[in-house]
Ligand binder design. Sequence first.
Ligand SMILES: [Cu+2]
Length: 151
Amino acid sequence: MERWIGVRFRLLTGLAAIFALLGACSSVGAFEILDARIGAPKGPNAALYFTANGGDEDDRLLGARSTAASEVQIHQTTNDKDGTVGMRRVEGLDLPAGGTLMLEPGGFHMMLIDVERVGPGDEVDVTLVWENGGEWTIPAEVVDAADILDE
Ligand SMILES: [Cu+2]
């Protein structure tokens, strides 16, 4: 009897933990996406940043799309020797099992090309395409670009 209670309690605790996780972030199956945010665009393009925590298997982010943009590309911010800041397109980004992939200012970002007119407080759905994890649509909040750079 005591043992049965112990097992049942553990099961309930596990379920509670799973529901807490689901409520806190976009987490399906093995890995999770946190803190998805878009810098409010001042021109035709906008940058999306997020953190992805890997699951049991290696994965790779292959690309993305959004109904709010004509195209979504993976970019890396570059710094030339003369101090010029630019960016280049990247084919994909690895998310190792148990590892973390961070898209943040000065590093990697997803570039929303020809994005709709959106401003702080708006939410944009972006579908991320993973090699093993399939397609995930996540909501990304549009925030003031200055707030992102201040982080
Ligand atoms: Cu870019």
